[in-house]
Ligand binder design. Structure first.
Ligand code: NAD
Ligand code: MG
Length: 396
């Protein structure tokens, strides 16, 4: 019998984590869940441990760990429970793990991603912020560790699915890529009244069901800005060769425009189980459980350019990529803080853009050419301080 792929899911209680377990549960003969992790929802993690019986579970605090151990021991489950960020890195690099699904949200996922990359794992990357912050250093770790980096973000999975397996041919094939964006809930909203929108309105995405942070990012289109930066590293493309178009139906997940003018696109219903299944089974394909596209029901597919007045943050992606090393890390940190403040009701929706732009203006990164992971995380911390200062000026 073929060996099962031994999988650790970092952030298993989140939207991508739950969808991953959904796909995995369809193929018990192919996958074995060896590690699961949660940050807040220990109750959900307990249920996942009951069902998937992992060897290791990781939570945030020692108190949570003690509580989970107590609950598990009553049920004869032998899962070892650990706590803290170091335990996440150890799980990501453990000998018992073949593949890591990186589904933590934010820069908090960078260290465990780097650990998985250095340990040469098959790394399924949903956690785009980790690559936005890690940039070239992340890609060096992937190469040095001999890891297999597989994009899970639907747009990047789409591009990856349109390209041949031999990546040495990519540069000469690709003229440019086009990332599609839904435009989010405020695609047609009057930009002048965006200051009145609430967190509940911002997280109500028209096509995708996702975590709160990425949902707000979709509403500002900062999600697409992060994805432009992500694509730059995943496909080794100059910023000029990455374009964005709004496609409100979210059926075409992205496109590769080849040197000869031919356009390759990947289509499907908007369901993360498709890119997740592809990452799990690559280069094979397996049942994902996602609903099928029904061409008889499809009314139309439309495309339009993003309006810079409504989505001023999008351009920051190209600005950051042209800036000194570390600029993308500053942008990401500012945005994480601004989104958290918006969700907490401290700043209004348009202030997210103001905080991001102000932080980029005030903090010029000065990283040396041989900077380290600690240098990047130090820059991330300074950018958060700067963003919190900026926020005071834009408080609601
Ligand atoms: P989510 O908020 O639903 O889940 C996040 C997970 O990370 C949870 O399990 C949470 O416990 C854990 N977590 C949060 N903060 C943590 C921390 N500081 N340390 C350790 N663990 C922490 O988020 P999501 O929507 O599943 O998104 C996860 C990642 O995947 C994000 O980077 C997002 O941009 C990316 N992504 C998500 C989707 C989607 O459809 N949800 C699509 C594409 C990309
Ligand atoms: Mg995406």
């Amino acid at each position: 019998m073929k060996q099962r792929l031994r999988l650790a899911i970092l952030g298993s209680t989140g939207s991508v984590g739950v969808s991953t377990l959904d796909v995995v549960a369809r193929h018990p003969e192919r996958f074995k869940v060896v590690g699961l992790t949660a940050y807040r929802r220990v109750d959900v993690l307990l249920q996942q441990c009951r069902r998937f019986r992992p060897q290791i579970a990781v939570v945030r605090t020692e108190d949570q760990a003690a509580e989970l151990r107590r609950l598990l021991s009553g049920e004869q489950l032998t899962t070892e429970v650990r706590a803290g960020p170091e335990a996440l890195c150890e799980l990501a690099a453990a000998d018992e793990v073949d593949a890591v699904m990186a589904a933590i949200v934010g820069a908090a996922g960078l260290r465990p991603c780097m650990a998985a990359a250095r340990a040469g794992k098959r790394l399924l990357l949903a956690n785009k912020e980790a690559l936005v912050v890690g940039g070239g250093l992340f890609m060096q770790a992937v190469a040095a560790g001999g890891a297999t980096l597989l994009p899970i973000d639907s747009e990047h999975s789409a591009i990856f699915q349109c390209l041949p397996e031999d990546r040495t041919t990519w540069a000469r094939r690709i003229d440019h890529i086009v990332l599609t964006a839904s435009g989010g809930p405020f695609r047609q909203h009057d930009p002048a009244t965006l200051d009145t929108v609430t967190p509940a309105q911002a997280v109500a995405h028209p096509n995708w069901v996702m975590g709160r942070k990425i949902s707000v990012d979709s509403a500002t289109m900062m999600n697409k800005a992060l994805e432009v930066i992500e694509a730059r590293w995943l496909f080794d493309l100059e910023p000029e060769r990455i374009r964005v178009v709004i496609h409100p139906q979210s059926i075409v997940h992205s496109m590769v425009v080849c040197r000869d003018g031919s356009v390759l696109a990947q289509l499907g219903t908007p369901d993360m189980k498709v890119p997740i299944a592809y990452g799990l089974s690559f280069p094979d394909r397996i049942e994902s459980g996602a609903p099928r596209l029904d061409f008889e029901q499809l009314q139309s597919l439309s495309f339009e350019p993003p309006d810079p007045r409504r989505f001023p943050g999008l351009q920051l992606a190209w600005d950051a990529l042209r800036g000194p090393a570390g600029t993308s890390a500053v942008l990401n940190a500012a945005n994480e803080e601004a989104v958290a403040a918006f969700l907490a009701g401290t700043i209004g929706f348009p202030a997210i853009h103001s905080v991001n732009a102000r932080t980029l203006d005030r903090l010029q990164p000065r990283l040396g050419p041989t900077h380290t992971l600690d240098d990047l995380l130090d820059l991330d911390a300074r950018a958060r301080d700067e963003a919190r200062l900026a926020m005071k000026e834009f408080a609601a």
